[in-house]
Write a protein that binds this ligand. Structure first.
Ligand SMILES: O=C(O)CCC(=O)N[C@@H](C(=O)O)c1ccccc1
Length: 368
């Protein structure tokens, strides 16, 4: 399908509550959306880059710039690129996975809408609904954490993920396990906040039967994770370290991880995410879908991804209301701890025009 126009749109989405991780606190998400217009359909992409380069080297202003100056012109110069060819067209430009993922997602959405195929159908979804976990930020006190966790469990979430960092790890985990019992599916996310020297402290989490500990060490310290895996019993899950199917294969073969968090933005798109899924399934490594506080657009695509067969652990695919009082799409609402996989063409939903207009802070057209 010939691309006739591309729109970059910035939206400002206030969070229902501050979200604190080991690398900072978010109160509002400044999100870049990509809309591609073709002769047959329009498509939407969501860039998950943060405002500052703390989760990874990417940040939203840089994503907008690289899309405007390099990525969009390259894809438009190709005329009518198939979605599966976008990654190859963009390969000469190094890095910028989140920017590339947003553009590929928009081209894929347009192509699938024109063909009348859903994201789930394209990715190989085998479930009509997916079980949902929730990510709980670092809090000011254990009582406040216990109250937040209780609220999410009351909403029906089937798995709790606690953000941890040095000084906030064993005590909150012990408190949650003691209050909510041994059957609670519980995991932690360190976002690279520890070093191998903290192995003894991390081993103190072993008695709490966690599903996994996510990205304890620096994203580039794959061998450190291999050594840490020898010193703790909790399975190690990698997030920031896995930016491609090649990374996943190497990390698994080295013994650096026993679980993988798949985030399409981090790895360059939903098609690479599918390849990582396939590599992990081939190695018997379970995967789950990570989240980056997406709007309903990214959430729709993530829920479709999470319906693939190897996604055997609940993901961070929360309801829209976990982060936003009012989403830019029809909200995702938890039903019995699950979200329905959209079945319509492409993403299966579009932004609600009035809502999108309310949160839009800038738009620009990059016509052919
Ligand atoms: O539910 C969500 O969308 C957020 C899940 C979550 O905790 N994401 C974390 C992470 O490190 O995985 C994150 C949050 C903000 C920014 C980057 C990453």
């Amino acid at each position: 399908m010939k691309l006739t126009d591309v729109e970059l749109r910035r939206i400002s989405m206030p969070l229902v509550a501050p979200f604190r991780t080991s690398f900072g606190t978010e109160t509002t998400r400044d999100i870049l959306l990509v809309r591609v217009i073709t002769e047959e359909a329009e498509g939407w992409g969501e860039c998950v880059a943060m405002t500052s380069p703390r989760y990874s080297s990417e940040y939203v202003d840089a994503a907008a710039d690289v899309l405007r100056r390099f990525l969009v012109p390259a894809v438009m110069a190709a005329g009518a690129p198939a979605a599966h060819s976008v990654a190859g067209i963009l390969a000469p430009f190094k890095g910028h996975h989140m920017a590339k993922a947003a553009l590929e997602m928009a081209v894929l959405d347009a192509e699938l809408r024109a063909e009348g195929r859903s994201f789930g159908r394209e990715l190989g979804a085998v479930r009509e609904r997916v079980p949902c976990g929730v990510s709980v930020g670092i809090m000011d006190s254990v009582p406040e954490l216990l109250e937040a966790v209780g609220g999410y469990l009351a909403e029906g979430y089937v798995r709790i993920k606690l953000k941890i960092e040095p000084g906030w790890d064993v005590e909150p985990v012990r408190a949650v396990r003691e209050r909510y019992g041994d059957d609670l599916l519980l995991q932690v996310d360190a976002n690279t906040a520890y070093t191998l020297g903290d192995a003894r402290q991390l081993a103190r989490l072993d008695p709490f039967d966690l599903l996994l500990i996510e990205q304890p060490l620096d994203e580039e310290d794959v061998l450190g994770h291999v050594e840490l895996a020898r010193q703790i019993r909790t399975p190690i899950c990698l997030d920031e370290s896995i930016t491609s199917a090649r990374d996943a294969a190497a990390a698994i073969r080295l013994g650096a991880c026993q679980v993988v968090n798949i985030k399409p933005g981090r790895v360059g798109g939903y098609l690479e995410a599918r390849r990582i899924h396939d590599v992990c399934v081939a190695h018997g490594v379970p995967v789950w879908c990570g989240g980056m506080l997406e709007t309903g657009l990214g959430r729709a695509a993530n829920v479709a991804l999470a319906a693939m067969p190897g996604f055997t652990l609940p993901g961070d695919t929360s309801a829209s209301g976990r982060y936003y009082a009012s989403d830019i799409t029809e909200p995702f609402v938890l039903d019995g701890g699950h979200l329905e996989v959209p079945t319509g063409p492409g993403l299966g939903l579009v932004p609600v025009p009035d809502r999108l207009a309310e949160v839009t802070t800038a738009t620009e057209r990059l016509a052919a």
